[in-house]
Design a protein around this ligand. Structure first.
Ligand code: ADP
Ligand code: MG
Ligand code: ZN
Length: 477
């Protein structure tokens, strides 16, 4: 029998607000343990939370960016459970009325677009972090992360493969980056996801029982977890077993998952409205203002690059997926004066190579859109060679500033003037009569040698295409 895999994702994204969701503690990663805490985020009795307005605004922005409707009036609820990293023994979240719901994002996979439904986006607080230290018999807790604001983005069970899930995660990540509400640093856990998987016989319209996997720490890990779980379920069904709705822990190092608990239901959490916080009210006008702050999103950008600028789908995606790259590209195109295709080539080759090799952002160097456009247009107008362009680029990212001066100092100006090149060619041919005879005698590879000699005579400054053209004219003439 053939089976179909069904995937739904719950993505948690930490928001990059300055302070935490219910207190004034700093929202920062990597600081000394238990230094960014106060009586509120450590859940001391008698303390009262105050909602950080920015958290609501950031979540509304994500709602807009994912085509959700925004609930102007909503509330927060307590989700009760015990775990040592949760000092209050409840998490403030949103239960029946989330801030945003009924949205979608479009993902691209192998050149095809697919729409994935967003069930809801709600705000909640993060828990602390358990530290397991071998030197210490037991576990330690760092409360710095308690009260770090999160949004949970719940998808519809609309994905049908690990590849679709990966495309969906990539899409969410680039949206979060574009609207600048999360650091999106996977290695720091700023995006985490729970992966829900079920399988069903192909053609069936009913869903099978789903298994939820926790502890998925990377997008590639999510793919591995989905493929593993889908196979596990198919094998179980083939053996005539039933699938139980349960929660399993993904172990990426082992490439396996393990049963954590049979699935808890919402009622197990004894949700009730948070009595210490009032109703959240976001006026319609504010919702509209926030909508205006949403920039052109990656999907729209990719379509525009392909349609209006003539880039290939792959190049368009590569540029749009990286924000610093994309900003530089957009700025260059806006300045104009050279072809978008050439800007794309430069951004994807030399600029990306520099960023990858040094780990630096272009904004940290002297290279600006103006300078890059100047380099490219000098090449396009044949004032410098492509190679000289690369030399100038190197100089600029390594602290150089004045392109004209670099060209002069390094003698990079390209000779495209016909009469100047003609003189070089005549001199070279006169001095290499044997090669001229060779070529005329049928040894065509003498041509490369002669053009090379011309380039050498011009100290690399002659336009190679022009040189070749004039040499050929002479040899054949
Ligand atoms: P819970 O809090 O119990 O995890 P949520 O409503 O937050 O429930 O999330 C449920 C997730 O499971 C959603 O992402 C949804 O798309 C996914 N899901 C629901 N049914 C299935 C199914 N049959 N197969 C795969 N995923 C499913
Ligand atoms: Mg869940
Ligand atoms: Zn605090």
């Amino acid at each position: 029998m053939e089976y179909e895999t069904i995937v739904g994702l719950e993505v948690h994204a930490e928001l990059n607000t300055k302070t935490k969701i219910y207190c004034n503690c700093k929202n920062a990663f990597g600081l000394e343990v238990n230094t960014q805490i106060c009586p509120i985020c450590t859940g001391m009795p008698g303390t009262l939370p105050t909602l950080n307005e920015k958290v609501v605004e950031y979540a509304v922005k994500m709602g807009h960016a994912t085509n959700c409707s925004i609930n102007n009036v909503c509330k927060q609820d307590r989700k009760n459970y015990f775990y040592p990293d949760l000092p209050k023994a409840y998490q403030i979240s949103q239960a029946d009325i989330p801030l945003c719901e009924h949205g979608y994002v479009d993902i691209m996979l192998n050149g095809e677009e697919k729409r994935i439904g967003i069930t809801r986006i709600h705000i909640e607080e993060d828990a602390g972090k358990m530290l397991h230290n071998d030197a210490f018999q037991g576990s330690l807790v760092d409360f710095n992360r308690c009260g770090v604001p999160l949004i949970e983005i719940v998808s519809e069970p609309d994905m049908r493969s690990s590849a679709e899930a990966k495309a969906y995660l990539d899409t969410l990540k680039s949206i979060l980056q574009y609207i600048d509400i999360s650091d999106c640093k996977m290695e720091q856990g700023s995006i985490r996801c729970d992966v829900n998987v079920s399988v069903r016989p192909k053609g069936s319209t009913e869903f099978g029982k789903r298994v939820e996997m926790k502890n998925v720490n990377s997008f590639s890990g999510a793919m591995r977890a989905i493929d593993y779980e889908s196979n596990r379920q198919i094998e179980a069904l083939e053996r005539g077993e039933e699938i139980n709705q349960e929660t399993r822990r993904w172990d990426d190092a082992k490439g396996q998952n393990f049963l954590l608990r049979s699935k808890e239901d919402a009622q197990d959490y004894r949700y009730f409205p948070e009595p210490d916080l009032g109703t959240i009210y976001v006026p319609k006008e504010r919702v509209e203002e926030l909508k205006k702050q949403i920039p052109e999103l990656p999907n729209a950008k990719i379509k525009r690059y392909v349609k209006e600028l003539g880039l290939s789908q792959t190049d368009a995606e590569l540029i749009a997926e990286n924000l610093p790259r994309c900003r530089l590209f957009d700025e260059c195109v806006k300045l104009g004066g050279c072809s978008a295709k050439n800007v794309s080539n430069w951004v994807l080759a030399d600029v990306s190579k520099y960023m990858n090799e040094t780990g630096k952002d272009i904004a940290e160097t002297n290279l600006t859109a103006e300078k890059l456009v100047k380099i490219i247009s000098l090449i396009e107008s044949e004032k410098i060679s492509n190679n000289s362009g690369k030399i100038i680029f190197e100089e600029i990212v390594n602290g150089g500033d004045d392109i004209d001066k670099i060209i002069e100092d390094k003698g990079l100006a390209q000779i495209s003037d016909d009469s100047a090149i003609e003189k070089i060619v005549n001199d070279v041919l006169a001095a290499n009569q044997k090669s001229v005879d060779d070529y005329r005698g049928g040894k065509t590879n003498a041509l490369g040698f002669l053009v090379g000699q011309c380039m050498k005579a011009s100290k690399g400054q002659a336009n190679p295409a022009k040189c070749k053209e004039l040499v050929l004219k002479y040899l054949n003439g």
